[in-house]
Every structure is written in structure tokens, then in C-alpha cells.
Write a protein that binds this ligand. Structure first.
Ligand SMILES: NC(=O)c1ccc[n+]([C@@H]2O[C@H](COP(=O)([O-])OP(=O)(O)OC[C@H]3O[C@@H](n4cnc5c(N)ncnc54)[C@H](OP(=O)(O)O)[C@@H]3O)[C@@H](O)[C@H]2O)c1
Length: 304
């Protein structure tokens, strides 16, 4: 297939490109080649590229900055996906798009006050600008009537870029104590895990006898994260445990102390419960979903 892939300088796009390129022709414009805040440029690029599939991991991901850069976040997270979707509809091709746990408000509790995982049909109610714009992007795609897969993921990290794992590894070499939020819950998800699962699904589409029938039976919104859950503090403790065991720290691992989110105020509010149920993804596509600790070990093994 000829695949138009966005966000190639980002964590997920960068990880997806070499995997998809093994079996497909991948057209992956950088921001300089295609600015996603320019809707007309997107339409012209797609018309010129004539892809068989569009994959859109690009996004405005600066969650705190989005609180003040509302218009730009809206252009990239809400309007651009809608334009890709309209073009996909026009060409009769599919669109794979990525969204976020932040479409939920994180208040889901069971009768015992425990935190269940969100299923795809749970009511959305974003509590920050980033989440609102990402939800608007989902809605624009669905309203377009194109063939689509929307994968909501969470707490993304990779071997490069600006992410929690690399920040904690850097701080581990600078500090003796790390104070990290322990009352927000979710699944740290590596870009590698998302890319491997996405590529497996693209392979299923590519080998389907009839692509139109495949889309009819698979189209929809799915939760795509690793298995299991932890807090940011638990994630940090596991990073330190694995990095230390592998001899990757330049000094003794720092003490990791849990703190409530109220002690680490940020411009954007974040959900307490970010846990997403991945059963629908697993039963629909029969893909391997790794445990979050195993996905972390895999990424740590790739960091020099
Ligand atoms: N990161 C997370 O923790 C997280 C959590 C949940 C869901 N997600 C979702 O997962 C997906 C992948 O995220 P990620 O972590 O890979 O994001 P990322 O590393 O921040 O990469 C974002 C990509 O989008 C590109 N981009 C942003 N504005 C653009 C513009 N105006 N024109 C063209 N390209 C533009 C960036 O290009 P530049 O390099 O030029 O800036 C970059 O390539 C996104 O849909 C995100 O919303 C992420």
C-alpha cells in the first residue's frame, strides 16, 4: 500500500515509519513539508499524494501549553483530522488516527470506590483543552463518514523525544530523591508497543480479500495501551528498578517518594483515572498486548 504518515518527527510517527516501510511505500512529510495548521495544504497534499491509507499520529501534545494556545491545538488536533477524514472519504480510503485517555474526566469509580478501566462506550468529558481538542478530532472523523480506526492511547514514551521515561532517567543521575505523583493511574505505553500493534492491524487490512468488507467489520474506536496499570510514582519506581538492575544509572538510584497531584500543580488539570480497557482491541484484532513492565524493559534495552 501507499501510506501517508504524519508526525514522523514525533515519538509514534518516528517509530512507525521504519516498521511500515518494510512492507509499504510510506510518504511521511515533516512539518516543513506539510503544516497541519493549514487545512487547505492538507487537502492539496492528500489529493497530490493519492494514498491507499492515511495514518495520523501527529498532534499538538503539549498538554499544559494547550491551555493558552487553544487555537493552535484546535487546528492540529480537531480541524486537521477532520480534513484528513474528508479527503479519505473522497478517495474511498481509510484513516487510522490516534487519540487519548484525556477524552475522559477520570472520575470513574465502582461501588467500592475502586477505579475500573474505561471501555470505549463510557461517556467522554475532557477536563483540559488538549483533551477537548482531541475529542473534537475524533468527532470530526466520525462525522465525515470515512472508513476509520481511532486508537486512544495513554502515557506515551519512547527512546527519544520529550517523555516521562527520559526525564526520569536524566533526573536519576542528578538527584538523590524524586518526588512523583502517586494518585493518578494509567498504563505507561511505549511508542514501540503502539507501532507494533498498529502495523499488525495494517497487515490484516492489507491481506484482507476485500478491503471494504474489512473496514465495515473493523471500523471504530478502540483503546490501545499496554496491559496493567500503575501511578506515575509506580512507573518511576519500576524505571529505577529496571535501569539500576541493567547498570544504566551513573550513580545509586534515587529514593522515589509518592506525592499527591495537589503538591505538583500544573496549568492543565489531569484525570485521576486514566485506565483504559483494551479487551475490545484484543478480541477484534487478536493482537499481542504487552504488560507495561515488559514494554518498558523493551524500550530500556534500546536506549544506549
Ligand atoms: N505523548 C503522550 O503521552 C500521549 C498520550 C496519549 C495520547 N497521545 C496521542 O498519541 C499520538 C502520538 O503522540 P506522540 O507522543 O508521538 O506525539 P509527539 O512525540 O509530540 O509528536 C507529535 C508530532 O506531531 C507533529 N506536529 C505537531 N504540530 C504539527 C504541525 N503544525 N504540522 C505538522 N506536524 C505537526 C510534530 O512535529 P514537530 O516535530 O515538527 O513538532 C511531531 O512529529 C498523538 O495523537 C497524541 O495525541 C499521546
Amino acid at each position: 500500500m501507499r501510506i501517508l504518515l504524519t508526525g514522523v518527527t514525533g515519538q509514534l510517527g518516528h517509530t512507525l515509519q521504519p516498521i511500515l516501510s518494510q512492507h509499504h511505500e510510506v510518504i511521511a512529510p515533516t512539518r516543513a513539508q506539510l503544516d497541519l495548521s493549514d487545512a487547505a495544504a492538507i487537502a492539496a497534499f492528500v489529493a497530490d499524494c493519492k494514498p491507499d491509507l492515511i495514518i495520523n499520529p501527529a498532534a499538538y501534545t503539549a498538554v499544559d501549553k494547550a491551555e493558552t494556545e487553544v487555537e493552535l491545538a484546535q487546528a492540529i488536533n480537531a480541524i486537521a483530522p477532520g480534513v484528513f477524514a474528508e479527503q479519505a472519504k473522497k478517495l474511498g480510503i481509510g484513516l487510522i488516527h490516534y487519540s487519548t485517555d484525556y477524552v475522559y474526566d477520570g472520575s470513574l469509580r465502582d461501588d467500592n470506590g475502586k477505579l475500573p478501566s474505561y471501555t470505549e462506550d463510557a461517556p467522554t468529558n475532557p477536563v483540559n483543552v488538549y483533551g477537548k481538542t482531541k475529542l473534537a478530532g475524533e468527532q470530526a472523523i466520525i462525522a465525515s463518514g470515512c472508513k476509520y480506526l481511532i486508537f486512544r492511547t495513554s502515557w506515551v514514551y519512547s527512546t527519544f523525544g520529550k517523555n516521562f521515561l527520559l526525564t526520569m532517567l536524566r533526573l536519576a543521575n542528578e538527584r538523590d530523591e524524586l518526588r512523583v505523583v502517586n494518585d493518578q493511574w494509567g498504563a505507561p505505553t511505549s511508542a514501540n508497543a503502539i507501532a507494533d500493534i498498529s502495523a499488525a492491524i495494517v497487515a490484516q487490512l492489507n491481506s484482507a480479500e476485500d478491503a471494504a468488507t474489512w473496514w465495515t467489520s473493523h471500523q471504530g474506536t478502540y483503546h490501545l495501551t499496554t496491559k496493567g496499570r500503575t501511578s506515575w510514582c509506580g512507573f518511576t519506581q519500576e524505571i529505577m528498578r529496571q535501569a539500576s538492575a541493567a547498570g544504566r544509572l551513573q550513580k545509586a538510584a534515587p529514593t522515589v517518594t509518592g506525592i499527591p497531584a495537589t503538591e505538583y500543580p500544573t496549568p492543565a488539570q489531569r484525570p485521576v483515572n486514566s485506565c483504559l480497557d483494551t479487551s475490545l482491541l484484543a478480541t477484534t484484532f487478536h493482537v499481542h498486548i504487552p504488560e507495561w513492565e515488559a514494554a518498558l524493559a523493551h524500550v530500556l534495552g534500546k536506549i544506549a
